[in-house]
Structure formats: C-alpha cells, structure tokens
Design a protein around this ligand. Sequence first.
Ligand code: PLP
Length: 382
Amino acid sequence: MEISKRAGRIPPFYVMELLEKARMMELQGHSIIHMEVGEPGFETPGNIKAAAIEALSQGKTFYTHSLGIPELRQAISDNYAASCRVKVPPDRVIITNGSSGAFTLLFNALLEPGRSLSLSDPGYPCYRNIASLTDCAIEPIHVSAEENYEVLPGHFDTVNPPDVLIIANPSNPTGTVYRPETIAALHGRLSKTGSLLIVDEIYSGLTYDIDFTSSACIADDIIIVSGFSKAYAMTGWRLGWMIVPPDLVRPLQKLAQNLFIAPPSVSQYAALKAFDSTEELPRMRSVYKQRRDFLIPRLRGLGFTIPRIPDGAFYIYAGIENFAMDSMVFVEKALAEAGVAITPGYDFGAFRASSHVRFSYADRLENLKEGCDRLEAWLKAV
Ligand SMILES: Cc1ncc(COP(=O)(O)O)c(C=O)c1O
C-alpha cells in the first residue's frame, strides 16, 4: 500500500539526514567535524545521572501520570517562581516527551483544516513539518537581519493574524533573543483577534551578554514550551514541558494519554535534580559563549557574512553569498571534500535559504578550530 499523502509531503529534517550521513562516513573511517547538529557538547550533569540511577534501583520504571509526575510539575512551577518571580500553578505545567512531544500535542489540539499557523522563516523546521500533519494552512513570515530576525507585530498590519503564531526565543537558526517588548506587543496584537501565541523557550538557559525574560512573565495566556534537552544537556532523555491556559489541560491530557501514554519515567525522576545543577549550567553557558566568540570572527575572516551577533542558543546563521554556490551544494561539498558537516538554509524555510547555512557551536572548541581550518583549505581550493 502507498503511504498517505500527508506523510509523503513531509520533507526530511535535513540536519538529521546530514548527521546520519556524516556518521555513516565516520563508520567508513572518515574524520568529520560536526558543526551541523544542535546536540550539547556536554554530558548530562552528574547529579541528574545519579538521580536516574537511584530511580532505576528503586524500580521507578512504570508508566507515570500522563501529564507527568506531580513532583516535577511542582519543581518546574517553583523554578519559574524562583527565576522570574512568576506564579505558574503546577496544574498548568504539562510534562512532555521532549519539547517535540509538546508541539505534537498542541498542534493536534489547536490546528485543523481551515485554521492557520504562522511561523518565522528562517525558523525551526519541525513546527511546520509536524503542523502539516493537521492539514492546517502554514503561513511563513520572512524575517531578516535588519529586523534582528524577529517576527514583528507590524507584520499583521497588512496580513491577517493567524489562529496560532509560534516563535522560538532564543531562535533556531538565528540565535535571536526577542526583546520582551516585542513579545508583549505581538501578544497584544494577536489577542485582538483571539489568536494564540506559543513561545518555544527550549534555549532559554543559553543566552549571552543579555538577560532573558520568559514569556510566562509577560502574559498568562501565552503558551510556553520548554525542556531539558539543551541547557541541561539532556537531549537523549526526551523530556520537555509546556505551560498552558487551564482550559487546554484536559484536552491535552486526553491527547497525551492516547499519543504517548506518559513521558519517560526515569527521565522525570532524574530531572527533579536538574534545577539543582547550579554550577554546571553557568559553566556550560560560558563555554558556549567562548565558542561563539571564537567562531564569529573566524567565519567572517573566511568570507561568511554574519550581519548580527547571535545572543542565544548555539547557532550562527551565516550568508554564503561570497562563494557563489547554492547552500545545498555547499554543504554536500563541504561534507564530502572538507569533512565538515554544516546545515543548509533549506532546513529552515525558503526565504534566502539558498544563500545561507547554519553553523552549530555546540561541539568542543578544538573541533571548531579544526573545522574552520578545513573549511579554509577547502574554500581556497574550490
Ligand atoms: C527551537 C527548537 N525547539 C525544539 C527542539 C527539540 O527539542 P527536544 O529535544 O526537547 O524535543 C529543538 C531541537 O533542535 C529546537 O531547535
């Protein structure tokens, strides 16, 4: 039987394709520098791993409540109270299977044919790809360096507001950290038409030289998605959360029961210790900043254009106009000929995608240096 039209329409997540290809080349003996994937170059902090071992030895390996264990929902609520002095009742916190699980639940709950989702282009590709399974209309908003890659409220002066707008703060691939005034104005603009705003704060622990304001502090009807993957170096534990308005909890619970049954149990008990990792987090952040501060001048020196310094996440969205090559060709050749894996702009949308690539600086500094040396030699030869 043929697969459904919906599934057939889903494009690959190029960065994962590239990673899989790079890993295959490594198995064949090639040396590859990974500047493609958003995988923290750190192990999960020791206290979190120890809590997981304890949970295992205590046999905490069963299904949990579909919305997550109450202790973790409470810990997340307490963390918002402590870090941004905002009261988020634990019954509005839903634990999910990675933040990816939250998008699946939210889009199924909110989108359908006849409804629309707006998102930024360039932006995180999985929003569009997951939402496309609901057959809703997807409306990309072009963002450029001149506007610091922010979706601005003025956009909706000429375009009808969507049913749902999703933004990432900090953003992937541009590293933009939204000004709280922009988010407040976007929320105000969307509220006029009853539209919902979702803010993905998965990179919230990773901002440099700039304060981060969670949108939970801006309005209590903004839906927040976040998780442990990035700032807590827990990608493989598949654990995230969302904060939703009270009337959405029950519909999301029914979906969660059916789609996931429950978030992973051992990961949840381990994550109870995540907010205690007070030393590791700032240390990881300062290492990422050091990597960013190395990479930007080095890439500019090689001819990449980087009009704005990214303030958060661990990505640099760079222009390749000087190399007269399509970004897909550029990344394929860089992988095959220089042994450097980079993500093409096409992963993040269509707007100026052919002339951009994304570098991740999640990997170790010595590898980033080696990657740049390889690119330099390769660019001289092409
Ligand atoms: C903006 C953004 N949101 C969500 C995710 C997925 O995170 P998780 O591991 O929590 O599913 C990623 C992963 O790269 C991301 O870049």
